[in-house]
Design a protein around this ligand. Structure first.
Ligand SMILES: *Cc1c(COP(=O)(O)O)cnc(C)c1O
Length: 465
């Protein structure tokens, strides 16, 4: 077999990919026919594919490349750490400097008394840790019946058996025998789709009160925790109405349940503060982190735990851990990433300058004939595509058919923007400049224009009845 390198023709790489590589969240036979897009390198906010096309990555990979691509400092730190100590575990009463330093840094950055870190390989694993930890916590407190974890429809918390059970994605629950027992879902705060005749404020309160109803229905003595993303990411960048989070916090304070904030996307600057809980004024007991923690340069995640929860768990052996918990190379890379985020004031820039600039341009997209609402928090935004704005109508076509057309028009215009159903979403690297934001908006507008023209010519601008 010849060496497989960037120098092979695209078609050959695609054929080799199709022969042996199973892609996540993909219909692999369809992809094999089309051929996967081969990405060969990246720098700043731009990807380059095997045809030499430069693409503006408005998704920061999978929401993770917060500091942008191509930072040599991280490569150097990784190489240095691999030479010094490429691996050692943190089981059996041992530790190492990268894990010590990263845990201390995260405790310094995290608000309130979120001072203790249990490391994992990514967000899914961290949420699996959370399931076991909150149930174990209540057992240690003499309340072993408190095992139900409440989550929300359309939430995304990962893809392992446990974390996918927490998630509220119907398509995931349809495969592989999930959810596990004692997971309960309440409605998501997605006013555009589900708000009916209510105002956003009324709807936000109504959706938050589903939590109180669920606690009363299940019985407080059965409920362990609520898990929620401050802003639902994979669900379509769903920004809750302003009334939602204060009411959720009130209910969490009133009842004896833990609050887990899944910060895997919102954390590390995405919303214009270090954590989404600061932007939305939430006080969780546990925070899930991953993605932006290392800007995706190395796989690492974790659970950040309050003094109180950590002290209860510390009372005995918690029979849980991963071979790569606190992996020294990943931890060293994450630490260097946090140094760059902090020293280059990237989070401040998003909050004070580039975030507000993007917000103004993004919200102006709502003037496009195809766009209903445009929502954005910091550097995560979404637009709802609709054939009729006033009634917030869905399209007559299958959900996602229009979104897919728009996604393809984005690709054709060298822009990575994702679609979730008929909602288009962005989450660019936090280092995106004003000029690059202009280019993003220009390409997005062109893609919307082309989508609109295509829908018109195919008679697809019709609302669902
Ligand atoms: C991506 C994501 C996860 C899962 O993280 P992985 O690193 O893919 O396991 C969990 N929660 C949220 C909110 C995410 O966006």
């Amino acid at each position: 077999m010849p060496a497989i390198t960037n120098h092979l023709p695209t078609a050959e790489l695609q054929a080799l990919d199709a022969a042996h590589h199973m892609h996540p969240f993909t219909a692999n036979r369809d992809l094999a026919e089309k051929g996967a897009r081969v990405i060969t390198r990246a720098d700043g906010v731009y990807l380059t594919d095997s045809e030499g096309v430069e693409i503006l990555d408005a998704m920061a990979g999978l929401w993770c490349v917060n500091i942008g691509y191509g930072r040599d400092e991280l490569a150097e730190v990784a190489a240095r750490q691999m030479r010094e100590l490429p691996y050692y575990n943190t089981f059996f009463q041992t530790t190492h400097v990268p894990a010590i330093a990263l845990a201390n840094k995260i405790a310094e950055l995290a608000p309130g008394d979120l001072n203790h870190v249990f490391f994992a390989g990514g967000g899914s694993e961290a949420n699996d840790t959370n399931i076991r930890m909150v149930r174990h916590y209540w057992a240690l407190k003499g309340k072993p019946t408190k095992s139900v974890i409440i989550s929300r429809t359309n939430a995304y918390h990962g893809s392992t058996v446990g974390s996918a059970s927490l998630g509220g994605m119907a398509a995931m629950h349809a495969q592989g025998g999930i959810p596990i027992p004692d997971i309960h879902h309440i409605g998501q705060p997605n006013w555009w789709v589900e708000g009916g005749e209510m105002t956003p404020e009324e709807f936000g309160l109504a959706r938050a009160r589903e939590l109180e109803d669920a606690i009363q229905e299940l019985g407080e003595e059965r409920v362990a925790a609520l898990i929620a993303e401050p802003v639902q990411g994979a669900g379509g960048v769903v920004v809750a109405p302003d009334t939602y989070w204060p009411e959720i916090q009130r209910i969490c304070d009133k009842y004896e349940i833990l609050l887990i904030a899944d910060e895997v996307i919102c954390g590390f600057g995405r919303t214009g503060n270090w954590f989404g809980i600061e932007t939305l004024n939430i006080r969780p007991d546990i925070m899930t982190i991953a993605k932006g923690l290392s800007s995706g340069y190395a796989p690492i995640g974790g659970s950040v735990v309050s003094d109180e929860v950590a002290s209860v768990i510390a009372g005995g052996e918690f029979n849980h851990g991963y071979t790569y918990s606190g992996h020294p190379v990943a931890a060293a890379v994450a630490l260097e990433n946090l140094r760059i985020l902090e020293e280059e004031k990237i989070v401040d820039t998003v909050r004070d300058r580039t975030g507000p600039y993007l917000k103004q341009k993004w919200e102006a997209l709502a003037d496009h004939p195809l766009v209903g609402e445009a929502r954005i928090v910091g550097m995560m935004g979404s637009i709802a595509l609709t054939p009729h704005k006033q009634s917030r109508a869905a399209f007559a076509s299958d959900p996602g058919a229009v979104g897919l057309i728009c996604r393809d028009r984005c690709f054709a215009n060298s822009l990575i923007m994702r679609h979730v159903g008929d909602r288009m979403i962005i989450s660019p690297p936090l280092v995106i400049t004003e000029a690059e934001i202009d280019l993003l908006i220009e390409r997005a507008t062109r893609a919307l224009d082309e989508t609109y023209a295509e829908l018109k010519s195919r008679d697809m601008l019709r609302p669902a009845s």
